[in-house]
Design a protein around this ligand. Structure first.
Ligand code: ADP
Ligand code: MG
Length: 359
């Protein structure tokens, strides 16, 4: 007789947590999204040893009262949606599954220090410090702290040794963290985002600039100055539709792409956002590269930061927290629109010979 047993709650919880938290960069992603949802104007990310020893995300957002933070770390708690109708209507927030803080707390030592912002209609004189260890709330106490929220995650997977062992070298884990923080910094130029690794600042945006200023902070001056503006499908000031976007699934494409000689040897410097959300989409990367045609040296790839407007329904907006790869109903149409938009931006700047054969 096969012995089929029900798993105990602690085991179930750790398995569930593993669905949300795969590695330090997934913790960073969840915490930064929470900060952005909390209306922060600055988000400072600090990691130790690629995030394996510590991840700290500090924001100046709306903060939490003691009651709110106590609730926030419980299972399936969120302030962002109420029911399934809110889900269908497409909420304007990044997270809404209400599982991130709980999941992170289940597999780490978590400390939340928070104080409500004074413009909120709650008692904002008092801060609260709450600690969780391996899923258990170990303390809640009043504390003096600035308005906003600082979340510290130490010793990720200390209680899941198999997972801990699977983490890569510091440099590899940090590269994932860097990709995540970079993607939010580039998409939110009006928020000051900084990243620090083992005491050294990797980059910091000012929160006062435009997209090009954010690119400068993240990738440096040479790259920023080489960037060409892409804007297709949006109504020009005169009210005429910009003609550079052929018919297809996208309502618009905007952003920046680099000069054909400002390149790197890997594709990862092409950041794509669908309706404001960072995604990976190999179709988009391919389309960008092919827009450059023979202007790109072999095995060289441009920088790109592209924002796609897609009508809901033409893209699979998957709500799984770890799922970044998007699927378009009409992939070929998207490909063609992006290629045309990027090509015409490069042509306008005289960076492509018109009629040049495509690569
Ligand atoms: P979700 O983001 O899906 O709502 P989380 O577990 O990530 O779920 O967060 C739970 C709740 O905790 C949020 O809905 C929000 O109310 C609160 N919260 C989390 N992080 C912050 C923060 N940085 N500032 C203010 N409130 C926060
Ligand atoms: Mg969240």
């Amino acid at each position: 007789m096969v012995d089929i047993r029900r798993l105990d709650d602690a085991t179930v919880e750790r398995i569930a947590a593993g669905e949300v938290v795969e590695r330090p960069s997934s913790v960073v992603k969840e915490l930064v999204e929470n900060s952005l949802d909390a209306d922060a104007t600055r988000v400072d990310v600090t990691v130790e040893r690629g995030g394996k020893d510590g991840v700290t995300v500090a924001d100046d957002g709306i903060g939490m009262t003691e009651a709110e933070v106590t609730r926030a770390v419980e299972e399936h708690t969120t302030s962002k949606i109420r029911d399934i109708d809110d889900l269908e209507s497409g909420v304007g927030t990044l997270g809404f599954r209400g599982e991130a803080l709980h999941a992170v707390g289940a597999v780490s030592r978590l400390t939340i220090t928070t104080r409500p912002r004074s413009d909120r209609d709650v008692d904002s004189h008092r801060g609260t410090k709450l600690t969780v260890e391996g899923g258990e709330v170990t303390s809640v106490e009043p504390v003096g702290c600035p308005e906003g929220t600082t979340i510290e995650v130490d010793d990720l997977f200390f209680n899941v040794p198999a997972r801990r062992k699977y983490l890569k070298q510091d440099g590899t884990e940090f590269a994932h963290v860097n990709t995540v923080v970079t993607s939010y910094a580039l998409a939110n130029p009006s928020i000051a985002v900084s990243l620090t690794h083992d005491g050294r600042e990797t980059f910091a945006t000012t929160g006062q600039g435009d997209r090009r200023a954010a690119v400068m902070a993240v990738y440096g001056r040479d790259v920023a100055e080489s960037m060409v503006e892409v804007s297709a499908g949006y109504e020009a000031d005169g009210g005429d539709e910009d003609g550079t976007l052929p018919d297809g699934p996208l309502d618009g494409v905007s952003g920046l792409v680099s000069h054909p000689e400002t390149t790197r040897s890997t594709r990862e410097y092409c950041s794509t956002y669908v309706n404001g959300r960072y995604v990976t989409a190999s179709a988009v990367r391919d389309a960008v590269v092919s827009a450059y045609g023979h202007q790109l040296a072999p095995d060289r790839f441009p920088f790109a930061v592209l924002f796609l407007d897609v009508p809901a329904g033409d893209v699979d907006v998957n709500v799984h927290p770890r799922k970044l790869e998007v699927r378009f109903a009409d992939e070929e149409g998207v490909r063609e629109q992006i290629e045309t938009a990027v090509e015409s931006a490069l042509l306008d700047e005289g960076l492509l010979r018109s009629g040049a054969p495509r690569g």
